[in-house]
Design a protein around this ligand. Sequence first.
Ligand SMILES: [Zn+2]
Length: 374
Amino acid sequence: MIINESRVVNLFLRLAEIASPSRREGALRDYLRTSLEKRGLRVTEDQAGAMIEGDSGNLLVEIPGTVAGPALLFSAHMDTVQPGVGVKARVGADGIIRSAGDTILGGDDKIGLAALLEAYDVLKEEKIPHPPIEFLFTVCEEQGLLGAKNFDFRRSKAKMGYVLDAGDDPGAIVLCSPALNAFEYKVYGKAAHAGINPETGLNAVKIAAAAIAKMPDGRIDHETTCSIGLISGGTARNIVPEKCVVIGEARSISGVKLAELTERLIRTFTEEVEKMGAAAETKVEQLYPEISLEPNEPAVQLAVHAVNHLGLTPKLISTGGGSDASILNAAGIPCVNLGVGMKDVHTCGEFFSVASLKEITEIVLAIIKMSAIA
Ligand SMILES: [Zn+2]
């Protein structure tokens, strides 16, 4: 497989220049769409942009198969975090790609986009037989996976999926990631003058603090965590606070454990608050579901074979965060997240190596090749 190094590096540098912060992916969408249509590919954009108040939807690219085989989906996200406008990416003599230092680089996740386009070009040039392939380029991944959440997966025929969006080195295959619940806990007490008649008030901040002290916190077990992240309440120094709002989260690789922990958190909070005579209100939102794939899952096996075939070492790992792979799995497409070698993401010091870009492109090609043989 001949990867054209300068072509894929130049493509990445071009993609990095096109600003695409979450909800403002339109310019990058236009560039990708034009590039793909020039290659004769069918590209469709969905309505996700309108649903999440962004200027672009998700792009689905359908590449007809040249041989039979299970359809494969590869995905990368188009959006970046800030500061991501005016990125001047360059390749150092050391083979490392960095920004000028005043912005992020956007390797998260434009390295994935560049690798997929290069993989497609090599597929064509080398006439590599392949099953049907879909590319899904999502928006708003950095904002709670909103693009993927609003994609209609009935449009996909894929039997397995690969998201190119993990920070580990190429060869890493993420099998497990937690489900995440976000919590809003509220205490309604009673306001009173803090100096004149405090005994008629009910201090919501103090009651929240007492309830929090009784709730589980931190690491619960090797796959489960929870935390309080934000607390706000009260209106002035001399007023007994009437209301207190507490924001927290809980995660677990196990959906059952997360459900149990969620129930315990809500119950403890509500009981403690009510015990002190105030009213409690709680809200839970699942931001994304867990991924828990077995090593013998066909999507995993195919990735392991591809990585081995290239002489790299497959590393089956878990992470503590979600990705678009969380949404794909929930939609019924067994999907792993692949390490692409992006480092120090979400900082102005973000970087990756040209070698990583080539390796992840080779892994994609090897997955495609081996799926056709299988
Ligand atoms: Zn990412």
